[in-house]
Write a protein that binds this ligand. Structure first.
Ligand code: EPZ
Length: 418
């Protein structure tokens, strides 16, 4: 088991190149099985979730190899349309393979993904949409069994702009018979990245990034070479690390237009920010101001994934901030651990009232999920004294070598293997 040991109080000062986006690479790796040859995908971050996705690709019969940050995926020997429930439980986002496997085989069998620490994570929107496209789906013995004589394009209105459901519909529709129109589609940048990859393969997708996406089915998809977009959540996490420690940071390969809401919030909380050609420069003025209310929303609203890192920041701001978590029903698991480090936070249902304190104090804390774990690291960087963060495997799901990046910028942080 890994732990991070952090001696707080050192201002973060330096430059970090932002890794490829976890939530873009996962659906793009799934999409690669639809090509009739080897695709080359650059800027693939070294993360537990990417490793698990590569295991699923190999389980399906693909040849997968990594050279530095590039993955080579060859699906020519694909020979399986089933994803084992153990793999699905380990990483529920593997549900994104459903659409791609259906596009290849017209059938699929995947374990029910189940929930995770942040919520139940239902997939009713995925199932309702695929059934409308002509996929027969039965749920039995913990598996989703799917098959279809012919997958047909159709009009699909999403009750909620679900990222995963939008991606699954796109993956199913690209080789369907006829056109599919998705209304109330998710607008996240990762959806645009997936559409760019698919269009490069020969798909015909218009409107990605807007709430209406039109996909015209094609017969064939070709292998491509592609570079994954930078991770907008990781970028904001490192920006917060500089503000919470009174330091200064330069992010390379960071796209400001992906994080307008986060940058606006950081400026409101006292940061001085300059952005120019895929670079973001943040300088602290030594103070952190509170924000009256922060509500998580679908993109381009304030992202739920950066809620807990911002809560760590607000915990040591001057004044009180209120967080409202509208996206997931259990995304305040980090609150108890921040309180253990001296934060003053009261949770009422989906709201958390954060009364700023002067500074965190070091403690032994536990990460229970990915982004909450990142919030604990940020709090530890600010804290007086030593903090030990366990449950680092969760953090490794989304942050490539977090301790390496932070220690390059002056942090006293090390990983210990217990
Ligand atoms: C994606 O999850 C991301 N994961 C999440 O990031 C992110 O928090 C989320 O989008 C929202 O932005 C990946 O891309 C791998 P949703 P996803 O479907 O697709 C409800 C991280 O930390 N819903 O947009 O699962 C659902 O319960 C992770 O990197 C249904 O009700 O998110 C939730 O309340 C965490 N029925 C809301 O929609 C469905 O069929 C948003 O879910 C699907 C979703």
């Amino acid at each position: 088991m890994n732990k991070l040991v952090i001696d707080g109080g050192v201002p973060i000062r330096g430059e970090i190149t932002i890794q490829g986006a976890k939530n873009a690479v996962l659906p793009i790796l799934a999409a690669s099985i639809m090509a009739d040859g080897e695709s080359v995908i650059h800027n693939c971050p070294r993360l537990r979730d990417v490793e698990k996705t590569c295991i699923i690709l190999e389980d399906l019969g693909c040849d997968v190899r990594r050279e530095q940050d590039t993955l080579y995926i060859n699906p020519e020997n694909i020979n399986n349309c089933k994803i084992d429930e153990k793999l699905m439980r380990e990483m529920r986002s593997s549900i994104i393979f459903l659409g791609a496997i259906l596009a290849v085989w017209n059938k699929a069998e995947v374990g029910m993904p189940g929930g995770c620490p942040i919520g139940l994570r239902p997939i009713d929107l995925h199932i309702k949409a695929l059934r409308k496209m002509g996929v027969q789906i039965t749920e039995e013995f913990g598996y989703l069994k799917c098959e279809s004589d012919k997958i047909s394009g159709t009009q699909i209105h999403l009750d909620f702009p679900s990222v995963g459901a939008t991606e699954n519909i796109m993956l199913t529709a690209v080789k369907a018979d006829g056109a599919t129109v998705i209304t109330n589609a998710a607008r996240e940048p990762e959806i645009i990245d997936l559409a760019k990859f698919l269009n490069l393969m020969g798909a015909k997708i218009n409107g990605a990034g807007s709430s209406m996406i039109v996909i015209e089915g094609v017969k064939k998809l070709n292998p491509v070479e592609y570079t994954i977009m930078p991770d907008r959540i990781v970028a904001q996490t490192y920006l917060i690390s500089a503000l919470i420690t009174g330091g200064e940071i330069v992010l390379k390969d960071a796209i400001a237009s992906h994080i307008h809401s986060g940058l606006a919030l950081l400026s409101e909380m006292g940061a001085k920010i300059n952005t120019y050609d895929n670079t973001i420069h943040l300088k602290s003025n030594g103070k952190i101001k509170n924000v009256h209310i922060i509500k998580t929303m679908p993109y381009p609203g304030f992202a739920t994934d950066i809620q807990s890192p911002f809560m760590a920041l607000a915990s040591v701001a001057d004044g009180t901030s209120v967080f409202v978590e509208n996206m997931f029903e259990n995304r305040f698991r980090h609150v108890d651990e921040l309180v253990r480090m001296g934060a003053d936070i009261k949770v009422e249902g989906r709201s958390a009232v954060v009364r700023g304190v002067k500074r965190f104090s070091g403690a032994n804390v536990e990460a229970y999920e990915l982004r909450g774990g990142a919030a604990l690291v940020l709090a530890a960087l600010n804290a007086e004294g030593k903090t030990t963060v366990s449950g680092v495997d969760f953090i490794d799901r989304g942050y490539q070598c977090i301790e390496g990046n932070l220690s390059k910028c002056g942090a006293k942080i090390k990983r210990i293997h217990i």
